[in-house]
Design a protein around this ligand. Structure first.
Ligand code: DAV
Length: 363
């Protein structure tokens, strides 16, 4: 499609040719601070002590992550993809987290861009501070572009109720929240909450999960916000640490889904009509922890290997050290991995899928 007629927001899936995208930025990223029971439920144990307010990530990791993101953005531009970058914000000073993980806070469904009603208080101003220039630009568009709908998250006035009844630390066996009145997650259902990274687009069907940051009211709210004709469905997972679905399922292209067999079964996936004719493939390797000389994965598990980004139905962005994954998708599915360094971005909390928001995919 000619650039002049390109819509500003139009994406229905995770694999059609990427035409326009937001790529995050890393400067002044800080460890997010949340209630202890939330950090315990979602973050790797050896790093819990870092999750304090106004605690910056190590400066060298942030600087290298910024170079990796800039390099990635330049590569996408050379491929003819329009790239937007968020505003530089001092997240350390404002007590926030980062501008490097836009997938968590914004999601395109058709012509609609939806802001996450975050569970985490430290992320509540992330879109306003980091992305409002981009939202203004997309909303105003020009006379030739198709209309864009933007759904900002509801304001929370007064005390948040999301942790009410949950602030007690779980027992040492980690199961007290399960035993306690059937409450499985680190949030209750008193107001809508979700991270957009708990959802993925498969045409008119959106597949998501309940998690430690996404509740049932959040799911209902998202269903109310998506354009007519789109349907949100919840996938049952077995991951009690769940936070974001993009290291659990990875659609490589139309009809081919890689899944994390530690977190979801083929049987559960097949319950969703949209996957009826799909090839569903369990990732056959156990991803290994990175070696001690790599930047620490403060916020993620080795399953981050599945957090790849398809540029189209052939080309896929893969971290340059994830050669086992790259060889596998090349040999088994005929994909063409594009491998660039991204380990310092990984250290801040995600990989290529987390660090982007697709605005336009041509389908
Ligand atoms: O370890 O499953 C998922 C993606 C984080 N945004 C993990 C990370």
């Amino acid at each position: 499609m000619a650039a002049a007629n390109m819509p500003l927001v139009a994406a229905d899936d995770e694999w059609s040719p990427l035409k326009s995208v937001i790529v995050g930025r890393a400067e002044n990223s800080a460890f997010p601070s949340e209630a202890a029971h939330m950090i315990e439920a979602t973050m790797p144990e050896e790093h819990h002590a870092n999750f304090r307010s106004h605690n910056p990530f190590p400066a060298d990791i942030v600087a290298k992550a910024q170079l990796e993101l800039d390099n990635f953005a330049a590569l996408l531009e050379r491929e003819g993809i329009k790239v937007y970058r968020p505003r530089k914000v001092d997240w350390v000073k404002v007590g926030g987290y980062t501008g490097a993980m836009p997938r968590d806070c914004l999601m395109t469904v058709g012509n609609t861009l939806i802001e996450a009603p975050f569970a985490w208080k430290c992320r509540r101003h992330e879109v306003q501070l980091g992305y409002s220039d981009i939202l203004d630009q997309l909303a105003s568009g020009d006379s030739s572009s198709a209309p864009v709908r933007i759904c900002r998250a509801p304001l929370i006035i007064g005390q948040d109720t999301l942790y009410d009844g949950l602030l007690k630390k779980p027992e040492a066996n980690g199961h007290s929240r399960h035993a306690n009145g059937g409450q499985k997650w680190a949030i209750n259902n008193s107001r809508p909450a979700f991270d957009t990274a708990d959802f993925m687009r498969f045409g008119k069907t959106i597949i998501g999960q309940l998690s430690n940051v996404t509740n049932h009211k959040g799911f209902q709210y998202l269903q109310a916000m998506v354009p007519d004709g789109y349907r949100v469905e919840l996938l049952e997972t077995t991951d009690e640490h769940a936070m974001h679905i993009d290291a659990t399922i990875l659609p490589l292209k139309k009809g081919v889904l890689v899944y994390n067999p530690d977190r979801v079964t083929e049987e559960e996936l097949r319950k969703h009509n949209v996957f009826r004719d799909w090839e569903l493939v369990a990732y056959p390797f156990v991803p290994q922890k990175r070696s001690a000389d790599c930047p620490p994965m403060y916020m993620c598990s080795p399953w981050l290997v599945l957090n790849a980004l398809s540029l189209d139905e052939k080309r896929i962005m893969v971290e340059e050290k994830d050669t086992q994954f790259a060889d596998w998708v090349r040999e088994k599915f005929g994909m063409e991995p594009i491998m660039i360094p991204f380990q310092h971005v990984n250290s801040l909390g995600g990989s290529f899928h987390c660090a982007t928001v697709d605005l336009v995919r041509e389908s």
